[in-house]
Design a protein around this ligand. Structure first.
Ligand code: ZN
Length: 362
C-alpha cells in the first residue's frame, strides 16, 4: 500500500479547457495506473481548504478567485489584476472549488506528516507558481507553500525541493526572507523561459533560497550532477526536519514545454536521493505535459518513495492503450554531458557565494 495518498475526483475539476496543456487526464491516468497496480488506498481530504489557503494568500485574492469562478467578476480588468484571463490562466466556472480541492489534498498530506507520518502524497498538487495575490503559470493557490506553512507548526527547519522543469518562483518568494524555510529549485534557466527567475544569485537575504538553473538541451547526467552538488549539498548544510518535494515531470526529454532532456530513470534518481535523506516527506505533483511520460513517472516516484519496487512493464491494457509500455526509457539522450559548462558555472557560484552562508543548526 502507498502510505497516505490523497485523491478525490473533484480534483479533476481543475481544468482550463481542452486546448490547455495542463489536462486533468494527467491525473486521471496516474490514478488509473495506481489502481491497476493495486498499491494504493485513496483518501479523501474533503473539499474545504479555505483557512489553509489563507495561510499564504491574501483574503482579497482568495475572495477574488471565488468571485471569478462564479462568473461574477465585475470586469476583465478585475480578472487580469489577479492573474486570470490570459492563455496560461483562463478563468473557468468552478475554479475556486477546484483550486480548494487540490489545496485540501496537500494540506491533509502536510497534517499527516505533522502528526508523525513519514510520507504522504497529493499528486494533484505542486502548483508552485502562484503568488500571494495573483494566479500565475497554470497555478491558482500555492499548495506547496501551504504545506511548508503547516509543517512549521512542528518543525523548526523545513525544506522545499522542486525538480519541475520550471523555477518554483511562487514558493521561493513567499519564503525568501525566512531563515527556517530552505527553498531549492533545479530548472531550465529563465532568460527566454517562464517564469524568468531562478538565477543562482537569488539566494535571499538569509541564504535560504537555492537555485540550479540549467540551459535548454541539458541532459540528465548533467542535471543529476547539478542536483547533487547544489540541491543535495544545500539540504545537508541546512539539515531540515521535513521536506516538501515538488515532483513536476516536465524536465523529461519528451515534454513539449521545455528543453531539458531527462529520462524517467534519471529524474527518479533525484527522488531516490531525497527519500534517502531520511526525513518525513510531503510529496506533490506539478508540471508535466506529455501524457506518455507523466503517469509512469509519477507512479514510479510514488512507489519509490514508498520503498516499493517499480515494475518493468506498465500493466496491460493500459501500456498499449496509452502507448507507454514501460516505466523507464530505453535510450539515453545524446550527446551525454550536454550543458555541462553552464551547469559548472552555477555549481561554482553556489559553492563560492551561497553554500557557506546557508544557516545550519550547529
Ligand atoms: Zn513546470
Amino acid at each position: 500500500m502507498l502510505p497516505r495518498f490523497y485523491y478525490h475526483p473533484r480534483m479533476l475539476g481543475y481544468d482550463f479547457g481542452p486546448r490547455h496543456p495542463l489536462k486533468p487526464e494527467r491525473l486521471r491516468r496516474t490514478i488509473e495506473l495506481l489502481e491497476a497496480l493495486g498499491q494504493t488506498e485513496f483518501l479523501d481530504p474533503g473539499p474545504d481548504a479555505r483557512e489553509d489557503v489563507l495561510r499564504v494568500h491574501d483574503l482579497e485574492f482568495v475572495d477574488a478567485v471565488a468571485l471569478i469562478g462564479s462568473g461574477m467578476a465585475p470586469s476583465q480588468g478585475f480578472e487580469s489584476k489577479f492573474g486570470f484571463g490570459s492563455l496560461d490562466n483562463p478563468s473557468f466556472p468552478g475554479v475556486y472549488e477546484a483550486s480548494l480541492a487540490y489545496s485540501a489534498g496537500t494540506a491533509a498530506a502536510a497534517r499527516d506528516v505533522l502528526g508523525g507520518a513519514p510520507l504522504a502524497f497529493n499528486i494533484s498538487g505542486g502548483l508552485h507558481h502562484a503568488h500571494r495575490n495573483k494566479a500565475s503559470g497554470f497555478c491558482v493557490f500555492d499548495d506547496p507553500a501551504i504545506a511548508l506553512h503547516i509543517l512549521r507548526e512542528r518543525f523548526d527547519r523545513v525544506a522545499y525541493v522542486d525538480i519541475d522543469l520550471h523555477h518554483g518562483d511562487g514558493v521561493q518568494w513567499m519564503f525568501y526572507d525566512d531563515p527556517n524555510v530552505l527553498t531549492c529549485s533545479i530548472h531550465q534557466e529563465g532568460s527566454r523561459f517562464f517564469p524568468g527567475t531562478g538565477w543562482v544569485e537569488e539566494s535571499g537575504p538569509v541564504f535560504t533560497s537555492v537555485n540550479a538553473p540549467l540551459q535548454s538541451g541539458t541532459t540528465g547526467d548533467v542535471w543529476l550532477e547539478a542536483f547533487e552538488r547544489i540541491v543535495m549539498d544545500a539540504l545537508r548544510r541546512f539539515q531540515p526536519q521535513a521536506i516538501v518535494l515538488q515532483m513536476g515531470t516536465d524536465a523529461h526529454e519528451y515534454d513539449p514545454l521545455g528543453g531539458l532532456r531527462l529520462t524517467a530513470q534519471e529524474w527518479l534518481e533525484a527522488v531516490v536521493r531525497v527519500r534517502d535523506f531520511g526525513v518525513p516527506i510531503v510529496a506533490v505533483g506539478g508540471g508535466g505535459y506529455c501524457l506518455t511520460t507523466v503517469p509512469r513517472m509519477w507512479v514510479a516516484a510514488c512507489l519509490t518513495l514508498s520503498g516499493l519496487e517499480v515494475p518493468q512493464n506498465v500493466p496491460e491494457p493500459l501500456g498499449t492503450r496509452w502507448g507507454m509500455p514501460r516505466f523507464f526509457d530505453d535510450d539515453l539522450p545524446e550527446p551525454r554531458g550536454s550543458g555541462a559548462a553552464y551547469a559548472q558555472r552555477a555549481i561554482d557560484f553556489y559553492l563560492n557565494s551561497v553554500a557557506g552562508f546557508i544557516p545550519n543548526p550547529h
